[in-house]
Design a protein around this ligand. Sequence first.
Ligand SMILES: NC(=O)c1ccc[n+]([C@@H]2O[C@H](COP(=O)([O-])OP(=O)(O)OC[C@H]3O[C@@H](n4cnc5c(N)ncnc54)[C@H](O)[C@@H]3O)[C@@H](O)[C@H]2O)c1
Length: 400
Amino acid sequence: MNIVIIGTGYVGLVTGVGLASHGNFVNFIDLDENKIKDLSSKKITFYEPGLEEYFNDDETFKRMSFSSDYASIEWDNIDIVFVCVQTPNNIETNSVDTKFLESAIKEINNVNNNDLVITVKSTIPPYEIEKVCEKVGMDSSKLTFNPEFLREGTAVEDFFKPDRIVLGGTDTEKLTKLKELYSGFDCEIITTDSISSQLIKYLANTYLPLRLSFVNEATRLIDYSGGNLDDVLKGVGLDNRIGQHYFRPSPSWGGSCFPKDLVEVNNFYDKDKLNLPLISNIINSNDIHADWTSENIKELYESKKLEGVVLIGAAFKEDTDDLRNSPTTEVFKKLKSSIENVVVFDEIINDENIVKFDYLEDLNSPHLFVLMYPVKELTLDRLNKIIEDSNSITYIPWSL
Ligand SMILES: NC(=O)c1ccc[n+]([C@@H]2O[C@H](COP(=O)([O-])OP(=O)(O)OC[C@H]3O[C@@H](n4cnc5c(N)ncnc54)[C@H](O)[C@@H]3O)[C@@H](O)[C@H]2O)c1
């Protein structure tokens, strides 16, 4: 099929490259001309394991084109356009910022192709898209939805082997076209109305941080009681109804999705009519856990009379360079208010505030090395050598 992908971020690029490798022709549009320039010259704009290999495959690359200009697309020949732009939380209004979505939908509304399937992949709370459509004069019932569930760090695998595909909308012909596009995927396809498709996305992104926060609260309780963390979590997780998967403590959770999606979940219902005490407290639980982690680091640093703290891993989790709402940044800020010598180390991310191996190899006094998430074996070997040589100690908040 002929596809247009609007937005070449984590979702748009992975989806588009995956669809092109399945034999479709994919036209990418992004208003960021630097990204388009890089992609056109075969340069991937973010770190995602495995993506480069698919992107640089000659046959796949021949089926892709890149532009910042909507008018450069031969819209008459396009079967499906996927809208993959960001939907961040507007900090001032504490509600979803739909300006990116609005500008994309406005452009598509100018297209004169009645058969075009317009599919929103961006995460958007129920009833918000109707407001966007109203602003640009589009009939919202024309839209279909295909919420995205990929995880940064394993996004390529998630594209090729999704747990499920969710399609939302009312136009059966358009939904059939989407099903045809996804017919080669070995997973269940759930077809439902648009509100339900959006709720599937939001409730998945509510349950996952809820689960992470449960483990983190359990960790605090186990620590307080003097129990053995690994034994207790294993003993709990081995119950088939609970499961051990995704049941690991963390310094707190973050990222580009959970924090903003949870804010949106708690925004779109009327608090006078609906009381959701569990869901409305997940963020609070996470904030308390980030404080607890920082306090633990500080206590250890002080009691061992160390010379500084090194936080290992700047991103919000392993195998990504995404810094959005990274727990490391949170913990760094909290520590910095009382400890002068705190640095962040990261191998993948280049930033003037991030130190590299050369900095660590020059350390000649004992520091506290905090592993914010698992690192590659080779990196760990090199870090362990530095830790040993500098008489430093290690703290791992995700496995006490
Ligand atoms: N990142 C994830 O892991 C993930 C997972 C599932 C769902 N989502 C959702 O998918 C959506 C996209 O997320 P992302 O992380 O890929 O975003 P991103 O910020 O990485 O990328 C968005 C891209 O869209 C471009 N853009 C913005 N407005 C545009 C317009 N009008 N026309 C063309 N391009 C435009 C931006 O320049 C940017 O390159 C969000 O709604 C997010 O909540 C993200």
